[in-house]
Structure formats: structure tokens, C-alpha cells
Design a protein around this ligand. Structure first.
Ligand code: HEM
Length: 134
């Protein structure tokens, strides 16, 4: 069985996404990267995670080839931000997925991907951040 079915299909993916983004918006390292209106991002993430966990290719049908690393190049993703993203996701998984083994499987899949999206040295991000604040 795919992770998608195991976790409970569409409603479970939606619950996960809805638990996740408020944490992202509350995180000091992540919040500045995201738009104030988070709903379009949530919707895209719902479509993406559906196919990422082995469900129907909802993201590709609507938005084309995911090219997810490329879509993240516009944003300075440091190791710290990848850790922050994963910390938010870990909490969201704990809140919405009861089965510890399933949680671990979902987590492992996301962890490798998040580190793969790192595209910026930490110092460079610090620099960008202070430029933005000035
Ligand atoms: C590593 C840390 C990550 C950071 C800091 C990050 C940050 C972002 C940001 C800033 C956006 C754009 C929001 C906007 O539309 O303005 C975005 C979009 C998105 N992210 Fe991430 N992300 C990370 C990891 C991930 C991972 C691991 C996944 C999936 C497993 C993911 C899936 C997505 C999706 C599906 C979108 C929407 C893409 C689209 O525009 O179609 N992200 N992310």
C-alpha cells in the first residue's frame, strides 16, 4: 500500500497541510519567505504531497512537472531553514498521524527532500536578511 492510502488519503493530507503552515508562518526563519495569504501555498502543497506520498498526480495535472528543487531556487534555503521546515513538519505529523511507524516513513521521505532543496550558504542568507532589514 502506498503511504498516501496508509495515512488515510485526501482528508489526511489536508489535515497535515493545515497543521503545518501555521507553524511555518510562526517560525522566524521561515515566515519571511512566505506570502501573507498562505492559502494558495497550502493548496499547492496539498496537491504535491498527494502525489509525493503515492496518491494520484494532482499537482502535475494542475501545475505541470513538479521540478520542486527548481521551484525553490527563488528562495534562499539554508541548512537552518531546511531544519526549521522539518521541525514544523515533524510537529504537524505528530498532531495528525497517530501511527508512529507511518509517521516515521512519511518523515524519512520528507527529510531527504528538504535537505536536497538547500541552495544557499548560511552566511549568504544572513547577509540577505540584514540587507532586507535595512
Ligand atoms: C527545505 C526547506 C523549505 C523551504 C524553506 C521552503 C520554502 C518554500 C517557499 C518560500 C515557497 C514559495 C511560496 C510562494 O508561493 O510564495 C515554497 C513552495 C512550495 N514548497 Fe517549499 N520549502 C521547503 C521545503 C519543501 C519540501 C521538502 C517540499 C515538499 C516535500 C516543499 C513543497 C513545496 C511546494 C509544493 C510548493 C509550491 C510550489 C508551487 O509554486 O507550485 N517545500 N516552499
Amino acid at each position: 500500500m502506498e503511504l498516501y492510502e496508509h495515512m488515510g488519503g485526501a482528508p489526511a493530507v489536508r489535515r497535515l497541510v493545515e497543521a503545518f503552515y501555521p507553524k511555518v508562518q510562526a517560525h522566524p526563519l521561515l515566515a519571511p519567505l512566505f506570502p501573507e495569504d498562505i492559502y494558495p501555498v497550502m493548496d499547492k502543497q496539498e496537491l504535491f504531497l498527494t502525489q509525493f506520498f503515492g496518491g494520484p498526480p494532482r499537482y502535475t495535472m494542475k501545475h505541470g512537472h513538479p521540478m520542486m528543487r527548481a521551484r525553490h531556487l527563488a528562495f534562499p534555503i539554508t541548512a537552518e531553514r531546511a531544519d526549521a521546515w522539518l521541525a514544523c513538519m515533524k510537529e504537524a505529523l505528530e498532531e495528525t498521524i497517530a501511527d508512529a511507524e507511518l509517521r516515521k516513513a512519511l518523515w524519512e521521505r520528507l527529510k531527504n527532500t528538504a535537505y536536497f532543496f538547500i541552495n544557499t550558504e548560511s552566511d549568504e542568507a544572513e547577509h540577505t536578511k540584514s540587507d532586507g532589514a535595512d
